[in-house]
Design a protein around this ligand. Structure first.
Ligand SMILES: [Zn+2]
Length: 319
């Protein structure tokens, strides 16, 4: 595709009026269309002081890419800076773990995803209209796999209430940082997304998505998405932590296999708000994706997964 600059120039002229941008990052000219419409981020964290205590005030340099990200100093700054970046980038919805911490200041945008309490407590919150989703479930950090009996009540509840549930597997955390920063039960060997299959079979109506896209198990994800058409993924941390080429290789493998309508944008923003813009840049730089395919990742797939109303979609697209 890189050898067809003229073809891309024609496309650029034809779509004039859509937002387009030309990049020159190799001797050959690449033209890739930049998506600027509404975005849904399916993976954001709100922390209180305790939950964010080991990360607040820590700047992060990604050892895989050299990218540097400035850390926020506390919960208030995390909330303000994250909401600012969401607003600036037209991120109209944010699936937010522990989103109850931020909901009151931005109820149209924040989707409350609850976790770390019993399934009964989540049910109670849902009864009081204080819960929209469950997750992300991070039992991987504790050495548990998806078929562990202790997790069944959460999957049962999500299916019963017909609300989304996000299940985290690999990678989460920085490279090497999970085990070596103290989560001693973490094993890469436990990270294959195939572990979700019995959950899918046992819960045929469950609205479930995998965090971080199931990376790096491309072939297994193809098998899972082929066998289980209800399974969605969101890109989470891989959208900014992986070198862009690897993110693109992974995405391309899934798109080429026909699963482009079940891939949702996500960032796993923790205490480094600028990771969100890095992630948007990474998807926009994918020259194998059309503008329409980018729109599917950034918005349409999540809108469909979340069951947004036509009215709401129309409102987002006219903003
Ligand atoms: Zn996360």
């Amino acid at each position: 595709m890189k050898n067809q600059p003229f073809r891309y120039l024609v496309i650029l002229i034809v779509v004039c009026g859509c937002s387009t941008t030309a990049r020159q990052d190799s001797p050959e000219t690449q033209v890739t269309e930049k998506y600027t419409g509404p975005i849904i981020d399916m993976h954001i964290h709100a922390y209180d002081q305790e939950a964010g205590s080991t990360m607040f005030g820590v700047d992060y340099t990604n050892p895989l890419t050299g990218d540097k990200f400035k850390g926020v100093n506390g919960p208030e700054e995390q909330k303000i800076e994250t909401l600012k970046i969401l607003e600036r980038n037209n991120i109209v919805k944010a699936m937010t773990s522990d989103g109850e911490l931020w909901y009151d200041v931005d109820p149209d945008r924040i989707i409350i995803s609850g976790r770390n309490v019993s399934a009964d407590s989540l049910r109670e919150r849902h009864n009081q209209s204080q819960l929209h989703a469950i997750g992300e479930i991070v039992s991987f950090y504790g050495g548990l796999k998806a078929d562990d009996a202790s997790l069944t009540p959460y999957f049962d509840l999500a299916e019963e209430l017909n609300i989304p549930i996000g299940y985290h597997i690999f990678p989460g955390g920085p490279p090497g940082g999970i085990y070596y920063m103290g989560l001693k039960s973490v094993r890469a060997a436990n990270s294959n997304p195939m572990q979700i299959e019995e959950v899918l079979v046992d819960h045929p109506k469950i609205k479930i998505y995998l965090a971080h896209g199931g990376w790096p198990y491309l072939e297994d994800m193809k098998a899972l998405m082929y066998a289980h058409p209800q399974l969605y993924i969101e890109l989470g941390g891989i959208s900014w932590i992986l070198p862009t080429n690897e993110l693109h290789n992974y995405l391309k493998g899934l798109f080429d296999s026909g699963f482009g309508n079940r891939i949702m944008f996500g960032t796993d923003q923790m205490v480094w708000p600028s990771t969100i813009e890095k992630a948007i840049e990474g998807i926009n730089a994918a020259d194998f994706l059309s503008l329409e395919q980018k729109e599917n990742i950034f918005y349409n797939n999540a809108a469909s997964f979340l069951g947004l109303s036509n009215e709401e979609i129309k409102k987002h697209k006219s903003q």
